[in-house]
Write a protein that binds this ligand. Structure first.
Ligand code: HEC
Ligand code: HEC
Ligand code: HEC
Ligand code: HEC
Ligand code: HEC
Ligand code: HEC
Length: 274
């Protein structure tokens, strides 16, 4: 049940369509005893428009409303119905992947159930977090204050979007880096990682939901994308010592091979020149 890939949003829509379709035959149905429930019918049914996840969103994710009857640890309390049978990860419904995320707490899924990286809240999360393609893994703290618990100050504040800020204690921190969100788009500019370092291309603007794989191509952050080989693309436009006929790996052997292919992403975009 918990690993269902269909989110309640989609299912509620399907259910609404089905109910709409049945409207004509409703009168023919044999009347049944209505389901007696504190919450009304369908509260535990993902296909119902009364599904509890929708209700909780409408209450700005305040799970303390549920603890009074379902117990402080959601194991049943006076209601006798445990939340943890379905929400079986540590912390039950307060587990960090219940409202957003799946493999980790970052989208996808976002709060609205979106999975596509083209959506503003999903964007390039997993490319950054899993790392390995071009550079080192990036942690949540680089871009967000990470709450220690659901109820931590600053976590759920009824704003339309997550709060993004760069971590002043990070090796990547640049005081002039800017995050900006508007409409369906969010962008970052002037970040260390995408070019704001000595020898880098300076103020590069990246669109968070850009799904074009060339967005982070060799030469974007430093050097020149229009050149032919990786070595030519990656070579800084200015400030780099002359190298004559030497290959990149003669000095940057921990990061690249003789063809300037990245051999260890953990040593690249990691805050130090290796
Ligand atoms: C006033 C007490 C009370 C409060 C507050 C309360 N519940 Fe319940 N809940 C119950 C009782 C009693 C049942 C079991 C019988 C029923 O469905 O009426 C139940 C059943 C449920 C079920 C169905 C469980 C199952 O296994 O079928 C879900 C889901 C649920 N509650 C979610 C919530 C959520 C989410 C909240 C907070 C937004 C909440 N409840 C707040 C009393 C409460
Ligand atoms: C019968 C199984 C079941 C029970 C019991 C249940 N849930 Fe859920 N809950 C689900 C499913 C399925 C989803 C939607 C899929 C998901 O979020 O992983 C969900 C979603 C949620 C969400 C996510 C809301 C969002 O917008 O993403 C919260 C929070 C939640 N439940 C809290 C509770 C609480 C609190 C209780 C007990 C009071 C409870 N649930 C009991 C099955 C259950
Ligand atoms: C490289 C920067 C970056 C990293 C790393 C990052 N995020 Fe985000 N996060 C963003 C951006 C950008 C947004 C979109 C903000 C907006 O829409 O204004 C966002 C949005 C979110 C949202 C809001 C989802 C929604 O539906 O609105 C959540 C939740 C979130 N991030 C959690 C996390 C978690 C948890 C981690 C670590 C596992 C993480 N993020 C790592 C940049 C990042
Ligand atoms: C009951 C639902 C729910 C649970 C459980 C939950 N979150 Fe969130 N989380 C949200 C919502 C809603 C937002 C967007 C909040 C906003 O900015 O208004 C959010 C936003 C975030 C963000 C983006 C930064 C921010 O504060 O906007 C991070 C990071 C995050 N959550 C991490 C976590 C972690 C870590 C946990 C587990 C300790 C967790 N979340 C558990 C609902 C939840
Ligand atoms: C003779 C040794 C040497 C060779 C060969 C070499 N580099 Fe460097 N590289 C350096 C030094 C020294 C630095 C500066 C380190 C510092 O400032 O801390 C550097 C820094 C860099 C940086 C970081 C930006 C900067 O300018 O500080 C990039 C990117 C880079 N090199 C790319 C390349 C590429 C691509 C090649 C191959 C075409 C290459 N390097 C070949 C010595 C070399
Ligand atoms: C996402 C931006 C980005 C892209 C794309 C990128 N680099 Fe870099 N690169 C950096 C940053 C930032 C540094 C500065 C040092 C550091 O933090 O690792 C760097 C430094 C280097 C260095 C110096 C050694 C080191 O690891 O510090 C080499 C060599 C290098 N890059 C080669 C490449 C090659 C080859 C490609 C394309 C395959 C490439 N880079 C693509 C951001 C990037």
């Amino acid at each position: 049940m918990m690993n269902t890939t269909l989110r309640f949003g989609t299912l509620a829509l399907v259910a609404a369509l089905l109910l709409g379709g049945c409207a004509e035959t409703k009168e023919d149905k044999v009347p049944t005893t209505p389901e007696v429930s504190v919450h009304g019918a369908g509260f535990a049914d993902i296909s119902s428009s009364n599904f509890h996840a929708k209700y909780i969103q409408g209450k700005n994710f305040d799970l303390s409303l549920c603890k009074t009857c379902h117990g402080p640890d959601f194991s049943g309390g006076t209601s006798g119905k445990s939340c943890n049978t379905c929400h079986s990860k540590p912390g039950g419904p307060e587990n960090c992947t219940v409202c957003h995320g799946s493999v980790n707490a970052a989208p996808p899924f976002d709060l609205a159930g979106n999975v596509s990286p083209a959506s503003r809240a999903v964007g390039a999360h997993q490319v950054h977090l899993l790392g390995g393609l071009v550079g080192a893994k990036v942690t949540c703290t680089e871009c967000h204050v990470v709450p220690a618990a659901l109820t931590a100050a600053g976590h759920i504040d009824n704003s339309a979007h997550a709060e993004v800020r760069f971590d002043p204690s990070s090796v990547f921190y640049k005081a002039d880096a800017v995050f900006s969100g508007s409409g369906t788009t969010a962008t970052c500019s002037n970040t260390y990682c995408h070019g704001n370092f000595p020898g880098g291309n300076g103020n590069v603007t990246m669109t968070w939901s850009d799904t074009n794989p060339d967005a982070a191509a060799c030469g974007t952050c430093h050097g020149d994308v229009t050149k032919a080989t990786f070595a030519e693309k990656a070579f800084p436009k200015s400030g780099h010592p002359a190298i004559g006929s030497m290959t990149c790996n003669q000095c940057h052997s921990r990061t690249v091979n003789s063809l300037a292919q990245i051999i260890d992403p953990s040593k690249h975009v990691n805050g130090v020149v290796d």
